[in-house]
Design a binder for this molecule. Structure first.
Ligand SMILES: Cc1cc2nc3c(=O)[nH]c(=O)nc-3n(C[C@H](O)[C@H](O)[C@H](O)COP(=O)(O)OP(=O)(O)OC[C@H]3O[C@@H](n4cnc5c(N)ncnc54)[C@H](O)[C@@H]3O)c2cc1C
Length: 286
């Protein structure tokens, strides 16, 4: 089907931006294609695709590095890159571990971080982790670059803050302080190779026995990957004890908006998400 759609394969960012200067009607970006090709195959949204901009060859977007206290992940970093990167394994082991569980090896060698972010599925696995980590997304196009906080990027169900003439370029994650941790749990039909029913990610640590800098984000329990500010407020400055866990759990269960579908009922998702919080919190306190 894609053979009938014109494809421009960009070999550099300026080449991609030249096409984005006047985006042809129905322009869609193609990175690894593990979401887009499945959608094309299922003929989902096909009528809206008029032209494909293939960015897979943009080597300048495939990197993992560190600069000014930030871990920077290029849009075309694959799960395999994140899984194997010594930098990610050392600085953000949760992301390496999560990448090892996305799809099977074939998906890990083709699926990209940028594709997961821009596909904007509420169940996209990296999204709660990026939000909890306090990531910013750098996006760019012919009009220049701008930064968007990860928790502001997902504006509605499968809709992002990206303009039609912009590409997602990289994620920038502030490095963890020595007392901080980034932890997550995914619940699917099985641990790996399954779509999340719910995924919870927490960042933070304990200073003097009290939680500090807590960030909570959940996937699969709202139309968008959700930063859970009420749960954060219930935890900040509190010791990790039964009272704090109960208060945070009540706040979290109140602010998520799960639906019932083939993969689980709303009540099941609410309860599981609360259980994940209770299980993960002691890990933040070390
Ligand atoms: C068998 C299988 C298993 C999977 N398992 C998982 C899983 O466990 N967890 C999970 O989260 N996902 C899973 N996925 C979904 C998919 O692999 C991921 O979402 C992947 O990260 C998508 O990346 P991609 O490069 O292939 O995206 P593509 O399919 O190329 O693109 C996805 C969307 O993002 C847009 N896009 C891509 N890159 C950019 C960019 N840089 N700028 C602007 N727009 C862009 C595209 O236009 C498209 O709309 C699975 C898919 C399959 C087929």
């Amino acid at each position: 089907m894609i053979s009938r759609i014109p494809v421009t394969s960009a070999r550099s960012l300026p080449e991609a931006y030249a096409l984005l200067e006047k985006p042809p009607p129905g322009l869609r970006v193609l990175a690894g294609g593990t979401d887009l090709m499945v959608q094309l195959q299922a003929r989902v949204g096909l009528e809206r695709i008029g032209h494909v901009l293939d960015i897979w060859g943009l080597r300048e977007l495939r990197f993992v590095d560190r600069a000014e206290g930030l871990l920077r992940l290029g849009a075309l970093a694959t799960y395999g890159d994140l899984r194997d990167s010594p930098l990610v394994r050392e600085r953000l082991p949760a992301l390496a571990e999560l990448s090892r569980e996305v799809g099977a090896r074939a998906i890990q060698s083709r699926g990209t971080l940028g594709g997961n972010v821009c596909n904007a599925s509420p169940a996209g696995d990296t999204l709660p982790l990026l939000i909890a980590a306090g990531a910013s997304f750098v996006v760019g196009g012919p009009r220049g670059e701008r930064r968007i906080a990860a928790d502001q990027f997902f504006v509605a169900y499968r809709r992002t803050a990206l303009a039609p003439d912009e590409l997602f370029l990289r994620a920038e994650l502030p490095e963890l302080a020595p007392h901080e941790r980034l932890v997550y749990r995914k619940v699917g039909t099985r641990r790996a190779q399954s779509i999340s029913r719910t995924l919870l990610a927490l960042r933070g640590g304990a200073l003097g026995g009290r939680l500090a800098g807590v960030r909570v984000a959940a996937g699969g329990v709202a139309p968008v990957p959700l930063r859970c500010r009420l749960a954060e407020a219930a935890l900040e400055g509190r010791p990790v004890d039964a009272l704090a866990v109960a208060a945070a759990r009540a706040a979290l269960e109140g602010e998520i908006r799960p639906i019932s579908d083939l993969r689980g009922s709303a009540d099941y998702r609410r309860e599981v998400t609360g259980n994940l919080l209770a299980r993960l919190l002691p890990e933040l306190a070390g």
